[in-house]
Every structure is written in structure tokens, then in C-alpha cells.
Design a protein around this ligand. Structure first.
Ligand code: KG4
Ligand code: ZN
Length: 347
């Protein structure tokens, strides 16, 4: 079975080809980062148009790199939500046309479900890791923060963000300091030479006894720190920041990582996590990866980290989640696969 995956939910146009064992034969990603960077965030209309422009060449590149013909494709899987509706429609419509023309099934994939299973994939041509249920998943990206329990055929949400997603907090705080977009990788690099223990910043809790995350208090605390230091959003050179600012960003990153790890710990005490799969763009963060791995070793939990190339949006994870769904549920009627801007995990 050759699976073709299509991802266009946000600002990455991606097409991937996988075989039936989950080997990634190709995973081509055209990033629109530069087009959006001048605005400090993703502009939906620009994203949709760029997907339309990029999709044909990304698609041909993915087939050529994988060395497969269109006639070999037995299943098409495309992100159907959640995401920017105009952006989603481009990839999903293309995928639907392809499935119709070739007479093969189409599966509409939940983007978050794609992230959730991405730690099981290898980017280097190895078959996917066998999935042992139940496992716990922590999806942390620019749009989402969610801790879930994954059982065979069922996803149970245990905690989610009440306001900003962690990636969003990285991006917004970096932007207000005058650092380039996206802020996550920039802060990650700055924090590497800072002292994360120097500033005490609020670690987000929803404050109602639930396990939900909240990052808005942390964001506000950071903005106050910037005001105090006269940072008004004028461009900052990230390579030679004063040590005090490097320490401030390191402390900010520490607060986000601490919030995430605390919740994992609470759920572990309650449900006894055996396997934790980390995923999403923020899963590329060095401190989060190191801290969770250490925690896993100390607590006898297998922590699965996605390869860095599979942390941000990509079609390989969509093809993989689509294949898993197809094996369990078969394919729905072509015209029942529709794009949805909102689509909570597990529904
Ligand atoms: O999963 P993704 O590509 O898109 C969404 O579905 O949101 O995640 C993008 C997010 C951005 O907010 C970016 O700043 C963040 O992931 N990110 C990071 C790192 N690399 C990307 N955040 C922290 N540390 C990183 N190294
Ligand atoms: Zn994503």
C-alpha cells in the first residue's frame, strides 16, 4: 500500500509518500515562513494563495523523490482540520480530485492526530515503530497544547490550554521583544547561553483545580519585563543580546517547560503513564526534549521524541495517521470528507 499525504492547514505546503509499513519515502515541505515573517505571524489569505501556487510542484517533487508513479498510490490522506479554512480547502480539494480521478480512497485527517502519532515515525527510511496502546501524548505547537490518553480507536483529552498555546507564547513574546518570527527556535538558541533559574516567572495553571494550561500570565509578566528595560519591539539582534536578556529568555523557556512537565507528572501519578509521545512544533525545543527524557528515565516511562524534521507541520505524519485510520475504519464516501476550521481531538 502506497499512501500519499497532503498537509496545508497553516503555513507549510507539504506532500509525502509512505509505504504500508510507515516508511517515509518522501516528505517535501515548502515553507511560507518568509512571506509571513514581515507581518510577525501567519496571514490566512496569503497562506491560501501560496498553497495554491506551491502544491503542484511539491506534489511532483514528492512522487519523484519517492520514486513512485501516481498509479502506485493506493490511498490519499489529507489534513481536513483544524486550521485556516482557506488553506485547508486548497490541499483537501486537490487530494479529493486526485482520489476521484484515480479511483482510490480518501481519508480526511485531524492535524492534531497527525502530530500525535509522529513520534512513532522515522525520517530515515525505517519502518514506523509499533504502536502500543494505551499511550499518552503531549501535543505542543503554535496553535495547540493538549495532553491526551490514546487508546485503540479512542482519544481522551486530559488537559488543554485555556488561552495561548506554548508556541504562540514563544512567538508573541519574541515579537514583542523585537526578535524574528517564529520566536520558538530563536528563544531556544538564546536560552542555551542563559541562566533559566535567574528570574522567577509565573508557571501557568488554569487556577480552577483542573490540569489545563494557561500561558497568558507568563506572557504578561514578560511584557512587563520588556517595558522595564525599554524594549519597544524595535529589531533586536538575537546573537549578541546582553547576558541579562539571555537569562530572561532562558527563564521564560524554563517556565513553559516546567508547566508542561508538571502536568505530565500529575497525570503520571494518577494514571501511571508507561509511554509518552511528545509532538508538535514545540517538541523541537531542546530544553523540553532534555527535561522530559530525563524525567522519563527517572520514572520508568518510555518518552518518545519525534525526529526534529517531523516536529513542525509535515505531510508524512498526515499520511501515517491517515493510514492508521483507514486500517481501522476504512474510508468514508468521498463527498463526506469536508474541511473544518475547528476539530477537537477525539471527536
Ligand atoms: O506544529 P507547528 O509547525 O504548527 C502548528 O500546528 O502550530 O508548530 C509551530 C510552532 C511555532 O509557534 C514555533 O515557534 C514553535 O512551533 N517552535 C518552537 C521550536 N521550533 C518551533 N518552539 C520552541 N522551541 C523550538 N525549538
Ligand atoms: Zn501543527
Amino acid at each position: 500500500m502506497i499512501v500519499l499525504g497532503v498537509e496545508t492547514s497553516c503555513d507549510e505546503t507539504s506532500v509525502a509518500v509512505l509505504d504500508g509499513d510507515g516508511r517515509v519515502l518522501s516528505n517535501v515541505i515548502a515553507s511560507q515562513m518568509k512571506a509571513h515573517a514581515v507581518y510577525g505571524g501567519v496571514v490566512p489569505e496569503i497562506a491560501a494563495r501560496a498553497h495554491l501556487e506551491n502544491l503542484p510542484s511539491v506534489f511532483e517533487d514528492a512522487l519523484a523523490t519517492a520514486g513512485v508513479a501516481l498509479a502506485d498510490v493506493g490511498l490519499v490522506a489529507a489534513t481536513a482540520g483544524p486550521g485556516l479554512i482557506g488553506a485547508l480547502l486548497v490541499g483537501l480539494s486537490g487530494a479529493r480530485a486526485l482520489a476521484f480521478a484515480r479511483g482510490v480512497p480518501l481519508v480526511g485527517v485531524n492535524h492534531l492526530e497527525g502530530h500525535l502519532f509522529s513520534a512513532h515515525l522515522s525520517a530515515g527510511g525505517q519502518p514506523a515503530r509499533e504502536i502500543e496502546y494505551p499511550f499518552h501524548g503531549l501535543v505542543v505547537s503554535g496553535g495547540h497544547a493538549e495532553l491526551v490518553r490514546v487508546e485503540e480507536g479512542c482519544i481522551v483529552s486530559l488537559a488543554r490550554t485555556r488561552d495561548d498555546a506554548p508556541g504562540e507564547a514563544f512567538d508573541k513574546v519574541a515579537r514583542r521583544a523585537g526578535l524574528p518570527y517564529p520566536g520558538g527556535p530563536v528563544v531556544d538558541r538564546i536560552a542555551a547561553r542563559g541562566d533559566g533559574g535567574r528570574f522567577a516567572l509565573p508557571v501557568g495553571r488554569a487556577g480552577d483545580g483542573s490540569e489545563d494550561f494557561s500561558f497568558s500570565g507568563l506572557k504578561t509578566a514578560m511584557l512587563k519585563q520588556f517595558e522595564k528595560r525599554g524594549l519597544d519591539g524595535s529589531p533586536l539582534a538575537s546573537e549578541n543580546l546582553p547576558q541579562e536578556l539571555a537569562d530572561l529568555f532562558a527563564s521564560f523557556q524554563r517556565a513553559i517547560v516546567t508547566a508542561l512537565v508538571q502536568r505530565v507528572e500529575t497525570v503520571h501519578r494518577r494514571e501511571g503513564i508507561r509511554t509518552l509521545a511528545l509532538s508538535g512544533g514545540v517538541a523541537a525545543n531542546s530544553e523540553l526534549r532534555a527535561t522530559l527524557s530525563r524525567w522519563g528515565t527517572e520514572n520508568g516511562v518510555a518518552v518518545l521524541l519525534p525526529e526534529k524534521s517531523l516536529t513542525t507541520d509535515n505531510a508524512a505524519m498526515i499520511a501515517w495517521a491517515g493510514l492508521l485510520r483507514y486500517r481501522r475504519d476504512g474510508a468514508p464516501a468521498l463527498d463526506s470528507v469536508v474541511a473544518r476550521s475547528r476539530w477537537p481531538l477525539g471527536t
